[in-house]
Design a protein around this ligand. Structure first.
Ligand code: HEM
Length: 468
């Protein structure tokens, strides 16, 4: 933990109206998150309270504080914030009660040890064929089209990929059915969170009903898998996982992990792909160079694992877009005991926000931090706490290899077949969930190398320099 002592123990921060307190800052955080975080950092420094005089909700910025927070899970634990209460719900606990993301200490270590082998690079490589097949189907379906809702297309692709690779389903209709059930569960959870009142006919009651339906479907899937013997899909690998003492995952744990893997692996990859394609569409020269590289190795075909290793620029493009627009823009931890951070005293229960987004924009770590410069990664090396799109420490994303493989395959296949062009003066606003608030429409053309950048409006222009 950082040890600098400050003469004053009061954490600096904005003054807010007495009745609103930190809620006023949370409101600003929601309306324009990254400009507000940058303002807090520039005005008050690396440790900031969201409401002067109230240290229950604070922000901690920069690599040293990322390290202090993320490398000490005994002191700073994961926290679901308002979800924590909801997660106690009896129906929800059955689909989300054993979520790896919310597990703490020994239980987390034990479950993560059991799950880790399923996400090793070599194991994930078995999923390439499924990813290629589903990407091909999406690209074929674009043939007659001149315009696409890029965000929705990516949402459907990543949904089908995670469902297919998780459950090993062959039938596209079955993939879509389960995918839509999972998607509806996530939306009903969000609505229940807004109005957490358990009365008949409310979103909360609907969420409970959905949770029961989903649990039944997942239990049936697990029973089916158990009777099939081991296959390469993730659920099957998890069913057969055991540690050195012979411990395995229970059915209830498997249900939760399946649901968590869907939620953790769906929106994030959708955002990552959408923003990577947006940044490419705004940087014609990078796109031309990328197409030269990809075409030169793949000659119009889908990649193999070996070929993906011969595409350094593809790697840098993905790395750079995850730096500029990381799908997990902020995270939070909770102090489990009274402690000290940068010389400030924190009470037990303090919620601390850290930000990957802000860390990735520090000019002492990245030259011209607001520019999309993939080539920087040809020489740049950064530590796990300076570059952390997948977070760091014990809860670092278990699906990072999966996500990177999916991104590489999709971008390599897509760019060989189509050129995407933004809609002139379309509004592109980035929200706290890291998705484009109003979606993202793109014009599509069979790949003709006529790359050109079209002007856009919206807060994205304050967050990224859109010029080469
Ligand atoms: C570009 C895509 C992705 C990004 C940016 C991303 C980001 C993250 C981040 C930031 C965390 C840590 C949260 C924290 O520390 O509180 C995390 C955790 C996690 N992610 Fe991902 N993720 C991605 C894709 C995936 C995929 C594809 C899967 C699964 C198929 C997945 C499964 C998980 C799980 C299970 C955790 C919890 C790990 C634990 O608590 O031990 N993620 N992810």
């Amino acid at each position: 933990m950082a040890t600098t002592m400050h003469t004053s123990k009061t954490i600096p921060g904005p003054r807010t109206l007495p009745l609103l307190g930190w809620r006023a800052s949370i409101f600003k955080l929601y309306s324009d998150p990254f400009r507000y975080l940058s303002h807090l950092y520039a005005t008050y420094g690396p440790v900031v309270t969201l409401s002067k005089g109230d240290a229950s909700y604070i922000c901690a910025f920069g690599p040293e504080l990322n390290f202090a927070l993320l490398s000490n899970p005994t002191l700073f634990e994961v926290s679901a914030g308002p979800m924590e209460k909801l997660a106690q719900d009896t129906a929800l606990v059955r689909v989300g009660g054993h979520s790896l993301q919310m597990m703490r200490r020994e239980k987390h270590k034990q479950q993560r040890r059991l799950m880790q082998p399923a996400f090793h690079k070599q194991q994930v490589a078995h999923l390439l064929t499924d990813m290629v097949t589903l990407t091909s189907l999406m690209l074929d379906s674009w043939q007659e089209r001149t315009e696409i809702q890029l965000y929705r297309e990516m949402e459907l692709l990543t949904r089908d990929i995670v469902v297919k690779t998780l459950f090993g389903l062959d039938d596209k209709a079955e993939i879509e059915h389960l995918g839509s059930l999972l998607e509806r569960m996530v939306s009903s959870l969000m609505l229940a969170l807004i109005a957490p009142v358990n009365l008949p006919g409310t979103p909360y009651a609907r969420m409970q009903h959905m949770a029961e339906e989903l649990e039944t479907a997942l239990q049936a899937m697990i029973a089916r898998k158990r009777s099939q013997g081991e296959t390469t899909d993730l659920l099957s690998v998890l069913i057969h996982a055991h540690d050195e003492d012979g411990a395995t995952l229970s059915d209830l744990e498997l249900v939760s992990h399946a649901f968590t893997l869907f939620t953790a692996g769906h929106a994030t990859t959708t955002d990552a792909l959408t923003w990577a394609l947006f940044l490419l569409s705004q940087h014609p020269q990078v796109t031309a160079d990328l197409l030269d590289e990809v075409d030169g190795v793949l000659h119009g075909e889908a990649p193999t694992i070996e070929q993906l290793q011969q595409l350094p620029l593809l790697d840098y493009v993905i790395k750079e877009s995850l730096r500029l627009l990381p799908p997990g823009g902020i995270g939070q931890r909770k102090a489990m005991a009274p402690c000290e951070l940068e010389g400030y005293e924190l009470a037990e229960g303090t919620t601390i926000i850290y930000s990957e987004f802000l860390t990735h924009r520090l000019s002492e770590l990245y030259e011209q931090p607001d520019r999309f410069l993939p080539q920087r990664w040809a020489t740049l090396k950064r530590t796990a706490y300076e570059y952390l799109p997948f977070s760091a420490g014990q809860h670092r994303c278990i699906g990072s290899e999966f996500a990177l493989l999916e991104e590489k395959i999709t971008l390599a296949m897509l760019i060989q077949r189509y050129r995407l062009e933004g809609i002139s003066n379309a509004r592109i606003d980035l929200g706290l969930e890291m998705r484009p608030k109003h979606g993202m429409t793109m014009r599509i053309f069979p790949q003709d190398r006529q790359f050109k950048r079209v002007p856009v409006r919206g807060n994205i222009r304050d967050l990224v320099v859109l010029a080469e």
